[in-house]
Design a binder for this molecule. Structure first.
Ligand SMILES: *Cc1c(COP(=O)(O)O)cnc(C)c1O
Length: 383
């Protein structure tokens, strides 16, 4: 279970990563734009060249570390995107001849990663997230990659159970924590070696930047990830890093509202005859609920469900006024999309992934119900 000692999530979020106050200086120092730093004499750190380190990253990395691993030392490395963070873990840890276990229902770019891993002579095994099915292909693997809740199917696996099994066979474990954010679950406290995320989503929450991070308690593993960033150069811009840090102050407020909105939407959708395959880990009737309540502190802002066909789903998306038809998720403005339009996920044509934002709950639920009414075949209210 996540530890509950110490200050609450909101208190930690508003102060995360702030330096000691300095008279006449801002609370959160502004972004440092520098390709290089004054460096007379021996070229020693902390700040030498802008691809290696930047003070704005340092503040953000401390902040994220305080959220991923409250009260315990951790190293965090920020990246230009979630994919940069994911690639850094996989490609820094795996060698030709190694085997890795990926989920087969995870983020839609994982098949591209798989191709690349296989091109380097790494064996890739896959299994679904649900029922901890990855356990069955773990033997002899060097690394297990978990994504829970999975995107977009919202299945949940037991991190602690998978970690124990993986560590017994000598495998490292990385958890893609994008959907939950560290306020929803803390993989490092559940024993994972790496907590990884696309901070493009809920962690920064405004849909205006791309960013990723890797947090890890073992300094040798962290060094490998940091070295990979230097080699590949997938570094965040100082402005993005600063905006991300600024956004962390409202993380608890945003996540609380979006989780409450997602639950209210799930409950409202549950009553509709044209909705099938409804998933929300925080809905007591959801298959993931028993495990999610043990493992997660908050269930995230995403609801997924299926409308009867593609046209029905398109009419629904069209009729929404408070929910933008857009990809990505975790932002303050609600978004939804028909995932089938990308062709990457194994989902029905009418499958919708809806990300609940920070709107007033009554407004959002009313908008969704009205759009459902207008999307009904033969509806006269359709615009
Ligand atoms: C969006 C996403 C990613 C990729 O992140 P980018 O910031 O777009 O590179 C990885 N994993 C999950 C679960 C995601 O939702």
């Amino acid at each position: 279970m996540n530890s509950t000692e110490g200050p609450g999530d909101g208190t930690r979020a508003v102060r995360a990563g702030l330096p000691e106050p300095v008279k006449y200086e801002p609370t959160l120092p502004g972004p440092v734009f520098a390709a290089h730093f004054h460096l007379p004499g021996e070229p020693t750190g902390p700040y030498t060249y802008g691809r290696d380190s930047n003070p704005t990253w340092t503040h953000l990395e401390r902040a994220i570390g305080e959220l991923e691993s409250p009260g315990r030392p951790v190293e965090t490395v920020t990246f230009a995107s979630g994919m940069a963070a994911i690639s850094a873990v996989l490609f820094s840890q795996l060698r030709t001849g190694d085997a890795v276990v990926l989920p087969n229902d995870g983020y839609q770019a994982l098949p591209l990663v798989r191709e690349q891993l296989e091109a380097y002579g790494i064996e890739v095994r896959t299994a679904p997230t649900r029922d901890d099915a990855q356990l069955s292909v773990l033997e002899g693997a060097r690394l297990l990659w978990i994504e829970t809740p999975s995107n977009p199917g919202l299945d949940v696996c037991d991190i602690q159970r998978l970690v124990e099994a993986a560590h017994q066979t000598g495998a490292l474990v990385a958890v893609d924590n994008t959907l939950a954010t560290p306020l929803g679950q803390r993989p490092l406290e559940l024993g994972a070696d790496f907590a990884v995320a696309s901070d493009t989503k809920g962690l920064t929450g405004h849909g205006d930047l791309l960013l990723g991070h890797v947090s890890c308690r073992d300094s040798v593993l962290a060094e490998g990830v940091r070295r990979w960033r230097k080699v590949v150069g997938a570094i965040p811009g100082p402005m993005e890093a600063w905006l991300a840090h600024r956004s962390l102050a409202t993380l608890q407020l945003r996540i609380e509202r979006s989780c409450a909105n997602a639950l209210a939407l799930a409950q409202a959708l549950d009553d509709r005859g044209e909705v099938s395959g409804l998933r929300y880990p925080g809905l007591p009737t959801d298959p993931s609920y028993p495990l999610a309540t043990r493992q997660m502190k908050r269930f995230g802002g995403i609801v997924s469900f299926v409308l009867p066909d593609r046209a029905h789903a398109e009419r629904f998306l069209d009729a929404l006024r408070l929910v933008d038809d857009a990809t990505s998720f975790g932002g303050v403005r609600s978004t939804a999309e028909r995932r089938g339009r990308w062709g990457g996920d194994a989902v029905p044509e009418g499958f919708i992934r809806l990300s609940a934002g920070a709107e007033d709950t009554e407004d959002l639920v009313a908008d969704a119900l009205r759009a459902l009414d207008e999307a009904l075949p033969g509806s006269t209210t359709a615009s």
